[in-house]
Design a protein around this ligand. Structure first.
Ligand SMILES: [Zn+2]
Length: 328
């Protein structure tokens, strides 16, 4: 991280950490996507982020008469993110639609025939948008993530680009600036990234997985058989639990609450992903056993037992060849 002229420059990982730490009192319900048009790739030297950001601030303050630079964030061709206006202020980016918004200006000209977006910038735009959705609890759809083009220039009326609109964030921004382009091209990338981030956050705090071997197992508020039962249903035979903490013979199975089970009634299992397009599930550990189902590439399974390179993936008799699972 580097700071100059009051702006902070970050890569995406630094932005993630910074965004988690920053407190925002203002309620945010929209993320705006823009392109700067000018400056664009021809003005970027690879090291003049702060100067370009200062230039935009000067234009916004001294030519436009605004209180500060219009946008909260600028994303540069090398994937760097620069802070701009404080998140406690509405941006000055879409006429009549700035309240409760966060404004991202993507540096470049993304109209057809303009700049061809770098992979680094593309990845940063997707991830910053996903991180902002997580931060402000926004759904990934076209009511929460909006393009400047969808709002009429003279009065801010949302006409989805039917006439009297800017092309911003560019007629070639992720394949187009229309609502359907956003839905078809941009939002699926944001959704995939968001799921990936959430999955990773959860994964990082999981010590291991364990399958329940008792018919029914009580969940208690502490790591002792004398402690009270937690206000939740007992867990059932074959259920795969996430273990977040281990104390004596007890497992903490919630990331957010003090909910514990006795480890004596569980068996450790390991998580794997299917790497074959389709994988047959059989009733025993070998290809001669009858086929009882199929699972697919990317599916997650929890292996209870391995026998002759065959893995049992449930508490009952469902087996797959371990050759087609990751991490064996
Ligand atoms: Zn714009």
């Amino acid at each position: 991280m580097q700071t100059k002229f009051g702006f902070t420059k970050m890569n995406v990982q630094e932005f993630d950490t910074w965004l988690k730490s920053v407190k925002v009192a203002r309620t945010v319900v929209k993320i705006q996507e823009h392109h700067t048009y000018i400056p664009n790739y021809s003005n970027f030297t690879g090291s003049n982020h702060f100067e370009l950001q200062k230039g935009m601030q000067n234009t916004h303050k001294y030519s436009n008469g605004w209180m500060d630079i219009g946008q909260h964030f600028s994303i540069f061709p090398d994937g760097s993110i620069l802070t701009g206006r404080s998140l406690e202020y509405s941006p000055a980016c879409i006429y009549n639609n700035n309240a409760n918004s966060v404004c991202i200006e993507n540096v470049g000209n993304f109209d057809s025939g303009g700049d061809s977006m770098t992979t680094a910038q593309r990845d940063a735009i997707i991830e910053v948008t996903a991180l902002l959705c997580i931060k402000f609890n926004l759904l990934v759809d076209v009511n929460f993530i909006i393009y400047h083009h969808w709002f009429r220039l003279n009065d801010g009326f949302r006409n989805n680009g039917a006439g009297g609109n800017k092309s911003c964030p560019g007629t070639n921004f992720f394949g187009g600036n229309k609502v359907n382009h956003c839905q078809d091209n941009f939002l699926p990338l944001v959704t995939a990234k968001l799921q990936n981030i959430i999955q990773k956050q959860d994964d990082a705090s999981i010590l291991k997985y364990a399958s329940v071997t008792a018919t029914s197992l009580n969940v208690r508020v502490s790591h002792s058989a004398n402690s009270e039962k937690a206000d939740r249903d007992p867990v059932q035979y074959g259920a795969v639990l996430r273990v977040y903490e281990i104390k004596d013979d007890w497992y903490k199975i919630s990331n957010s609450a003090d909910h514990w089970v006795s480890s004596k009634f569980t068996r450790d299992v390991t998580r794997h992903f299917v790497k074959a397009t389709t994988l047959n599930v059989r009733s025993g550990p070998g290809s001669s056993y009858p086929k009882v189902g199929q699972i697919y590439e990317g599916d997650q399974v929890f292996v209870e037992e391995v026998s002759n390179k065959w893995a049992r993936i449930t508490a009952t008799n469902n087996w797959v060849s371990q050759n087609f699972l990751t991490d064996f």
